[in-house]
Design a protein. Sequence first.
Lengths: 363, 415
Amino acid sequence: MSGLTKKIVALAGMSAFVAGNAVAADLTVVSWGGAYTKSQVEAYHKPWMAQSGHSIISEDYGGGIAEIKAQVESGNVTWDVVDVELSDAIRACDEGLLEEIDHSTLPAAPDGTPAVDDFLPGTLHDCAVANIVWSSVYVYDSSKVRNWNAPKTMGDFFNTDAYPGKRGMRKSPKVTMEFALIADGVPVSEVYDVLGTEEGIERAFAKLDTIKDDVIWWEAGAQPPQLLADGEVIFTTAWNGRVFNAVAAEDQSFEMVWDGQIYDLDLWVIPKGSKNVEAALDFVRFSTATEQLANQASWISYGPARASSVPLIGTYHDNAAINMADHMPTAPGNFANALQNDFEFWADNQDDLNERFNAWLAQ
Amino acid sequence: MDVSQPITAADGTPLKKKLAQAMFRSKLRATGLVVPLLAFVLASFVFPILALMWQGIHNDTFARLMPNLTEELRVWDGVSDPTEEMYALLVADLRQNRADKTIGKVASRVNQELAGTRSLFTSTARKAKKLEPPFKEALIKTKKKWGDIKVWQAMKLTNQSLTPGFYATSLDARYTVDQGFVMKEEKRQIYTKLFVRTLMISGSVMLLCLLLGYPVAYLLATLPLKYSNLLMIMVLLPFWTSLLVRTTAWIAILQSQGVVNDLLVWIGITGDESRFSLIYNMTGTIIAMTHILLPFMILPLYSVMKTIPPSYMRAARSLGATPTAAFIKVYMPQTVPGIGAGGLLVFILAIGYYITPALVGGQDGQLISNMIAYHMQKSLNWSLAAALGGLLLLGVLVLYWAYDRIIGIDNMKLG
C-alpha cells in the first residue's frame, strides 16, 4: 500500500544516496521527469559528462521549493542543481535558500554578444538562469469528427453552445483564472491589472461558472493528453511540451490553440550549501550555452531562453519532417496573443486565490 | 513465634525488603529491554508530532527577524496611526533582512495574514538602503500601501509568536487585532467544508467496506482450505499492487468511454449520448477508495472469524434458532472485535487519503489532506498545515475515545 510504496521509495532513495557518496564529483541534477528530463539528459547531461569527466545523477521531483527548503535548513543539501518555475526561483532566492549566480560568467553567444544581452528579457535573476520557455495552451483532437468549426480563440474554450462537451482544466487557480479573463474579453496586457481587483476575481469566477459543470479537473501533467486520447474531453488545457510529445512520439492528432497562451520559464538554481557548487556552476554555464539550448529544442518543443539559440533550432530528433521552430511557444505564428505569467502577482496572491478557488469548487 | 517480628532472610534483612530489591532489579532489566524501542518511538514519532503541533500555535519568524520593530509593535494599540519612530525601526529591520537575505521569510509570514504584502516587503527591502528620513513619507512614497493601517495590523498579528491565528484559519475564522475572532465571508470558507466532506467520505467508505468485506471474510473463514487459499490470494493480490496503478485502472474502467459505460450502452441500459458519470465525482472517489481499503477490513474480520468454533452455530440451531436468528444472535456478536478493528483501521486510513481523491474526485475530490499537502509542499505555510493536521488528529482521538467508551478498546482484534 502507500506505506509500503513509501518504504520502497525510501530504500531506493537511500541506495541512490549511498551510491551518490561513493564518488565525490557526482552532481545531482533534479528536474520534472518524463520527456522533459529526457531532453535535458540528451542535450545537457551527456555532453557535459563527456567534457568535464564528472557524472550526473538525475532525479525527478514534482516542483515547489519545500524540498530545497528542508535540505538547506537542515544543513544536509543533497541536490546540486534544480529546475524550478520562475515564481519559486524568486521566492527561494528571497528566502536565502539559493546560491547567487554571477551573470558575467555565463558564456557569450557565438557572435560575441555577452550573455546578459543574449538572454531574453526577464530570464536572468540573481539566483537563477532560465533554460526554456514553456506554455499553457488548450488542445483538441482533430481526428475525432465533430460537428463544429475548428476552435480558434480562448473564447471558444468557454463557448459551450458552439462546442458542447467536457473540458479538461488544471485544478489550480493559476492559469485557469487568467484563461477565464482572456476568454471574457480582457486584453492580455491588462489581465493581471484586472485580476488584482475584487471585481476582476469575481469576473473570472463568473466566467468559470459558465463551464463549471462541464469541467474535468486534472492535477498531473500526464493526465490531459490521456483524457483527450480517451475521448473523455473535447478540449483540455495542457503544457505544450506534453502535447507535442503526444503528437510527435505517440502519433496523436492533437491540435494546439495558441490564442491566449500563458508562458512561463523554467530555470536552473543551485541550493545554498551544495557540496559541489563549482561543478554545479560549471554545469549551469555549460547547459545554458547557445548550442545546448538549441539542441534541447530538438527533443521537446520548449523554446530556448537565448535569442542566439533560436536560428539554430533544427528538426525533431527522430523525425526530420517536424520542424521544431514551428512548435515553439515563441514562434511568431503562435506568439500573437500571449501572456507572460506574472510571478509577482502569484507570489502575492497564490495562497489567497487558492483558498477561494477551492471554496468555489466546493460550492 | 512472635508474629509481629518481620520474617528475615538468611543475612538478617527483612524478607520484604529483600523481595523488593529483587523485584526492582528484574524490573530494571525489563525496562532496559524496552528502552531502545521507547527511545525510538519518542524520537521518531512522539517528538515530531509534538514539534509539529507546537508549530501550529507558535511562529516566531517575524519577532525573530524584525528585532527592532517587535517591541514597538507589541505596545502599539493597533488602531492609531503608526508613528515616525515605528517607520524608522521598520526601515532598519528591512535593511538588515535585505543584507541577511531573510526578507523572503518575513514577507511570506506577513503575506499569510494579508494577501498582497509579499511583494510590498521584498520590493521595499530592495530599496531600503536608499531611503532617507522622514521615513514615514519616504516609505509611503515608495509604496502607497505602507500608509494602510491594515498592513500594520497584519504585522502586529504576525509579531505575536504564540498565536491562535492558524487554528482560527483552520476553522474558517480570522483572528484580528481589533475585533478578536471573526468568521470569514461565505465565499472564502473552505476548511470546515473539507473536514465535513472528509469525514463523510471516510464514513461511507468504511460502511461500504464492511458491507462488501463481511461476506468475503466469512467465506474465507468457512470454505475448505483449497478454495479459501485461492480466495485469499485474490484478496491479497490487489493489496500488493501499487496504489497509483489501481487508481488509474479505475479511471479506465469507470470513465465515460470506459468499460462499464461501453457495456451499459451495448446492453441498451443507457444511450450513447447519455453515458453515466461514474468518475471524476464523489461516486468515483468512494468506489476507488473502497476497493483500495477493502483488504484492511477483510483481514481483521477474517482473523476473528477464523477463531469462532462452528459448533456454536450448530448448538444455536439445535436449540431451535432459525439460521438468520442464529447468525445475528450468536455469530455476529462474536465478530464485533473484528468489525471494530477493521472499521477503525479503514476509517483512519481513509481520513488521510489524498492521491486517489485528487485523481478521480473531480471538483468534489478535494479532501482536507489535499490542503495539508498543499500547505506543506507549495505554500510552505507549515504552521497552518500543522493546525489542520492537529484538528484531524483531534478528530481521530475523539473517535478513538468514543469507540473505547462504546465497544471497549480491549475488544479490538487486529489479527
